[in-house]
Design a protein. Structure first.
Length: 711
């Protein structure tokens, strides 16, 4: 009976009209009070406890996101998630590096190999390339992270899913103003307003971030806005609108450092960064809308549509002589992208053999139109300025997916979750610069990927599960953009990578502690790997098989009212299973350097650890914590010719909170890298000039103040 009572909360949404819609809020409130596991919607697209799912799913909640942190980079809070490696490159021109169980580590900029969402709106384009620069952490209620086979249910990805959800406004009207100051002339000023008016609730958040950067030639500026409006038209219908934008003008790019440069002066920028004034400007605006409508107690519809535009201009460090041939597309990239899509799904809640079952059927269509221009990065003898046109093409990517998934409690202690998704992705290039020939072309990819998992509910507090599935990963437009031979046009010879994954895990709650563990294996065929990487320009090829196998462990709990702890540990062996050949210089007509099977995939640490010891004094409104992070060495190239050394860092945070009538004040102080350790925080995989290393800061400090007024 105890087990069935617990499961009643899990299946609440199956039992009546209130469950699938209005009780989601109540369920989330129970989570905040600690009576149930966190609500997770990433996997089944229906609110339920992640504790019961046959998948590795973690939730970073609002208190963890904002725990004396800068609220600019997802690397600040995702480092606590097992299986996830998030490296702040100290280079805002290239964004953070994110990999999940080793997928995505090869990305030289942006995020690939994972699906990204913000309030249900894709932050990953249909080609698989994603960005997190518009993720607004100041207004985030939680971030959900899914790893393993079930990511296949989201289409063109292999590593996992990261979903950010903006908080809801109301019932009070709040104005939250904040000011943060830190090392390297860092400044962040933010304003957030939230509230509720009748049937509508809203959250508006804006911020301005500036820094001189830890390294030379790494200054950055970012202005962002995120707005969410939720309107409950009736007990059965809800509309959510989300608008966000980000503007990052002339963000300096210090490039990577060679081993010699890194040892001599980790804060320097390489000479080429000054010669060509390497930098990047980005602006993005997007609008999304979601309609939730309950047809009956058993059926509901959800329809999501979004539209956005993104512009990026990047000045690269490509020597003048290299750009001389007519086939070279230049050292300045100018992109203008328009994108959008729709997702429609129908959910049926019913019973099969007198057991609850939930079925979802959906269609998703996404499109991306890109106008790609290339210019020389010099005029005469002056470098670092836009010169003559060398590339002009219109590219388009379209994806159309159909998916079916279901969850069935087929016995008192057994739940099955299964799904299948068919994906079709097409690329088309229309060359407008015909001086060097017509490089138009097209390529299509497709796959049908099933996934299935079982959960055995051994007791109220112990679940065992197993999951297996297939996934696939197409090249992105950026990976297709250049041929390793130095020729013009897209590299349409690239094939999609396919993967087979399995995972076995246990989730338990013992007294005041929650402990999760999982072992996993992923075998990938036609792995897409770097062939050349030089001057900010990367080309790719298909290698043979790779294997990623490992174990994840996390534990969290309280020793008492005043003390708590959290630990997340990962061991991951990511290796090439087949020999293949690569290049060490660009251009490269044919790979000529052997990479032997057994070599480790670069950019992926074998072990990583995050630990946190927390001390609270609720009576004083104080919370203190020591954070410890350990990352093992990381190889920099496929040949494993060099590596960035492993490192251990510690951070201290102290925060206070006071209430004074309608005012609430919050202050915090933070010190990172307490031991002043010098290390490379990230590497540029297979960088052709051997400038692999990106330096992490020595000891830094950050202070912040919030002033919150309730109307």
């Amino acid at each position: 009976m105890r087990f069935l009572a617990f499961r009643a909360g899990h299946w609440l949404w199956l039992l009546g009209p209130a469950a699938a819609f209005s009780n989601t809020v109540c369920f989330a409130q129970q989570v905040a009070e600690g009576t149930l596991s966190p609500v997770v919607v990433s996997v089944t697209r229906n609110a339920q406890a992640g504790f019961d799912l046959p998948a590795s799913v973690d939730v970073v909640d609002q208190s963890q996101i904002g725990a004396a942190r800068l609220l600019v980079n997802v690397s600040e809070s995702l480092a606590r998630v097992p299986g996830i490696v998030v490296q702040n490159r100290q280079n805002y021109a290239q964004d953070v590096q994110i990999s999940s169980r080793g997928f995505g580590a090869r990305a030289s900029f942006g995020v690939r190999g994972l699906r990204l969402f913000a309030d249900g709106i894709p932050a990953t384009q249909p080609d698989g390339q994603g960005q997190v620069s518009h993720f607004d952490l100041a207004s985030a209620a939680r971030i959900e992270i899914l790893r393993g086979p079930f990511s296949a249910l989201y289409g063109n990805s292999s590593g996992g899913v990261i979903s950010l959800f903006t908080e809801d406004g109301g019932p009070e009207t709040l104005v939250d103003s904040s000011v943060f100051l830190g090392s390297d002339n860092l400044r962040r000023v933010g304003l957030k307003v939230s509230g509720q008016e009748g049937k509508a609730s809203y959250v508006l958040s804006t911020s301005r971030f500036d820094t001189d950067g830890y390294r030379d030639h790494s200054a950055a500026q970012r202005t962002s806005f995120n707005g969410k409006l939720k309107y409950t038209a009736s007990p059965d219908t809800r509309i959510t609108l989300v608008l966000n934008s980000v503007d990052m003008p002339d963000v300096a790019d210090p490039l990577g450092l060679s081993r010699t440069e890194f040892v001599a002066n980790p804060r320097q920028a390489t000479a080429a960064a000054y010669t060509f004034n390497t930098r990047k400007s980005v602006s993005q605006t997007q609008l999304g809308a979601t309609l939730d409508h309950r047809l009956s107690a058993e059926q509901s519809l959800q329809f999501t549509a979004y539209k956005g535009s993104r512009a990026a201009t990047q000045f690269q460090a490509i020597p003048v002589a290299t750009q001389t041939p007519a086939t070279h597309p230049g050292g300045v990239i100018d992109l203008a992208r328009d994108y959008g899509g729709v997702d429609a799904r129908w959910t049926l809640r019913g019973s099969l053999m007198d057991r609850p079952i939930n079925t979802t059927v959906g269609l998703a269509y996404d499109s991306l139109s890109e106008h790609r221009l290339g210019f020389q990065n010099f005029v005469g003898t002056t470098t670092g300025i836009q010169g003559a046109l060398r590339r002009d093409e219109n590219n388009a990517v379209r994806s159309f997916d159909q998916y079916l998934q279901g969850e069935w409690l087929f016995a008192d202690r057994w739940t099955a979750l299964a799904g299948v998704r068919h994906s079709s992705v097409s690329f088309r290039a229309a060359d407008q610069y015909l001086s060097n020939g017509n490089d138009s072309g097209a390529r299509s990819y497709g796959a049908t990927n099933p996934v299935a998992g079982l959960t055995f509910h051994a007791s109220d507090d112990v679940n065992l599960y197993a999951t297996a599935g297939r996934g696939f990963e197409t090249p992105t437009l950026n990976e297709l953009a250049y041929k390793p031979t130095g020729g013009t046009g897209l590299n349409l010879a690239l094939s999609a990578a396919t993967s087979r994954q399995w995972e076995i895990g246990v989730k338990s709650r013992l007294a005041q502690w929650k402990i999760n563990a999982a072992i996993f294996n992923a075998r990938t065929a036609n792995e897409i790997v770097v062939q050349t990487n030089s001057g900010g320009r990367t080309t790719f090829q298909n290698a043979g098989d790779t294997e990623r196998r490992g174990i994840e462990l996390s534990a969290s709990g309280d020793f008492s009212k005043y003390f708590g702890a959290y630990i997340a540990a990962t061991r991951l062996d990511a290796t090439y299973a087949d020999n293949f050949r690569t290049c060490t210089a660009a251009p490269c007509a044919a790979p000529n350097v052997l990479v032997t099977s057994g070599n480790r995939i670069p950019g992926i640490p074998r072990t990583s650890l995050y630990a946190e010891l927390l001390w609270r004094q609720p009576e004083w409104g104080m919370e203190n914590a020591i954070e410890l992070r350990r990352v093992s060495r990381v190889f920099v190239d496929d040949r494993n010719s060099d590596s960035a050394a492993g490192y251990t860092t510690a951070s201290l945070r102290v925060s206070f909170k006071q209430n004074a009538g309608q005012w609430t004040f919050k202050e915090f102080f933070r010190i990172d890298n307490l031991t002043n350790t010098q290390y490379a925080g990230s590497v540029i995989v297979n960088e052709g000039n051997a400038r692999y290393f990106e330096s992490a800061p020595l000891r830094t400090w950050l202070v912040g103040v919030h002033a919150i007024y309730r109307f």
